[in-house]
Design a protein around this ligand. Structure first.
Ligand SMILES: Cc1cc2nc3c(=O)[nH]c(=O)nc-3n(C[C@H](O)[C@H](O)[C@H](O)COP(=O)(O)OP(=O)(O)OC[C@H]3O[C@@H](n4cnc5c(N)ncnc54)[C@H](O)[C@@H]3O)c2cc1C
Length: 494
């Protein structure tokens, strides 16, 4: 799968999708599957915005029930079921334990009622229904939880995913269905004839070349670059420090918000915060206050963890693009529903939504697109056809048989081999070091130096496949170290 900036000039596209987060990727896949001619671009890598900074959950959103958002929960649990079916390699059942303590904001009866409603909305599906737990059963599930004042709890199921990979998989599927997909391609302006948008000027962020793409319609899916939002932060710590066996749902003792501790290999991810921000999406960083909030909340429930800022392996933040974000409201109560605006000028703007509901949101947007183009197309089939990537382990193994050197680990102790780097380049459109270490693997989340020490060896493998000279290798490494400082650290930068 080769990146071809020139292909953007190859024809007049039915639609150019601007933004290759999960929203744009889902739309490009759906449109291409319906036979439309599609181009999708992103100014960075696929999923490099909010779509690689989520809690990686495909969830019904149990907490939305509290705010009476029944429609959103119904749509989310339905989509959860669809994604478990069409992407079993990317979306997997995850058990959550929700402990209840005496005096909790959400008492046991309320939790039971909420989870019963959650099960009812989900209907019969792949996930087990919730069960109520006694004090000893909660401790059996999660032995390191605080026992003092524990009055019981519940176990329920949602699903986990790899947010970057599910985004990439949608782009790959779009390409399989004929789409042109170019990352590191920034829309710098739209072009118009007689009041109607007919294309865009695109800048190649890797070479500074410029190109004009022609289109009958434009879909703008630039997430927080076009919509106001709230900042959400996560921290990753060594899992043995917290000792969680699976996922745990907590209400923060600081402000009562629902939070999660989520297992991710040897790490536990604690998230999230939810605060209004004026930060630009390109600049958003985790603050020391965000870290304090997350660690203080986790320490109350896991008293033996005694987490301090020095225990944080990585801290990262993203901006939730919210369709409506009235000032003065509690950020957590703002709806995660989406909004599709069909402009008279031929631009469709899609904002809001969440990872879980991307497919149904894309279906709705492409229905609007088809109406705007006034063409007849087959019905949406994205809930039927499996997402690509399920054979990745086989392809990786074949590569390692063909070249034994590729079977070497990228770094001892990490579950990635050099073949992961090679595959990222040859099959998955990775063109920078961060594409490999942040989004095709999670190396940058898992190492305290965020992969700085292995950047040279990763760049070396990439250079052989992409034909980089020494100057390009050095520029890519320098750029990488700078990016990692912004993305994953929380102390003031010197
Ligand atoms: C902390 C946090 C946790 C979350 N957890 C979950 C969760 O567990 N489950 C869930 O369902 N949802 C979750 N969400 C919500 C979900 O992550 C987002 O709704 C979703 O990722 C938004 O995707 P998007 O494609 O709209 O935006 P983005 O992923 O931000 O994509 C927009 C893209 O547009 C590109 N772009 C911008 N300007 C241009 C331009 N001029 N030219 C070309 N490209 C451009 C950007 O580079 C970017 O890649 C979470 C959100 C946050 C912040």
């Amino acid at each position: 799968m080769k990146r071809s900036f020139a292909a953007l000039e190859s024809k007049v596209f039915d639609v150019v999708v601007i933004g290759g987060g999960i929203t744009g990727a889902g739309i490009a896949r759906d449109a291409a599957m319906r036979g439309l001619t599609v181009a999708i671009i992103d100014k960075g890598d696929w999923g490099s915005g909010t779509s690689s900074r989520s809690s990686r959950l495909i969830h019904g959103g149990i907490r939305y029930l509290e705010h009476g958002q029944i429609g959103l929960v119904r749509e989310s649990v339905r989509e959860r079921e669809t994604l478990l079916r069409i992407a079993p390699h990317l979306v997997k059942p995850l058990e959550f334990t929700w402990p209840v303590y005496r005096g909790a904001r959400l008492p046991k009866w309320k939790l039971r009622a909420g989870l019963s409603a959650y099960d009812l909305l989900a209907g019969v599906g792949r996930l087990r229904r919730h069960t109520s737990l006694s004090v000893s059963e909660v401790i059996e599930h999660e032995p390191s939880l605080r026992k003092e004042s524990l009055s019981g709890g519940a176990s329920y199921y949602d699903a986990s995913t790899d947010d970057s990979r599910i985004t990439l998989s949608n782009v790959q599927s779009a390409v399989t269905h004929g789409a042109v997909a170019v990352n590191y391609a920034r829309m710098s302006s739209l072009t118009e004839t007689a009041g109607k948008i007919d294309g865009a000027v695109i800048r190649d962020e890797l070479s500074d070349a410029e190109s004009r793409v022609r289109a009958r319609c434009i879909v703008s899916a630039t997430g927080p670059w076009q919509a106001r939002g709230t900042k959400g932060s996560h921290v990753a710590v060594q899992r043995h420090r917290i000792g969680n066996r699976s996922a745990v749902t907590l209400t923060s003792p600081i402000d009562g918000r629902v939070m999660f501790v989520i297992p991710a290999g040897d790490q536990a991810i604690v998230g999230t915060t939810d605060t209004f921000t004026t930060d630009l999406p390109d600049d958003v960083r985790t603050s020391e206050a965000d870290v304090d909030y997350l660690l203080a909340s986790a320490n109350v429930y896991f008293p033996d963890a005694r987490l301090e800022a020095n225990d944080v392996v990585a801290a990262w933040s993203g901006i939730r693009p919210l369709a409506s974000a009235p000032a003065g409201t509690d950020p957590s109560s703002i709806s995660r529903e989406h909004h599709i605006d069909v402009g008279t000028n031929g631009v469709i703007t899609v904002s809001g939504g969440k990872l879980t509901t991307y497919r149904s949101m894309a279906e709705e947007a492409v229905d609007e697109l088809v109406a705007l183009l006034a063409v007849k197309t087959p019905e949406c089939r994205t809930s039927e056809e499996e997402l690509p990537g399920g054979d990745r382990n086989l392809r990786r193994a074949a590569l390692e048989v063909a070249d034994r050197l590729l079977a070497r680990p990228v770094l001892h102790g990490l579950p990635y081999t050099c073949s992961d780097v090679a595959l990222a380049v040859t099959d998955e459109m990775a063109v920078t070091v961060a594409d490999v270490t942040v989004r095709r693997t999670h190396i940058a989340f898992e190492l305290p130096d965020h992969g700085a020490s292995i950047a040279e060896s990763v760049a070396g493998i990439m250079a052989r496949l992409l034909g980089w000279d020494d100057a390009t290798i050095n520029a890519r490494i320098a750029d990488y170290v700078q990016q990692m400082n912004r993305l994953f650290t929380f102390r003031e930068l010197s």
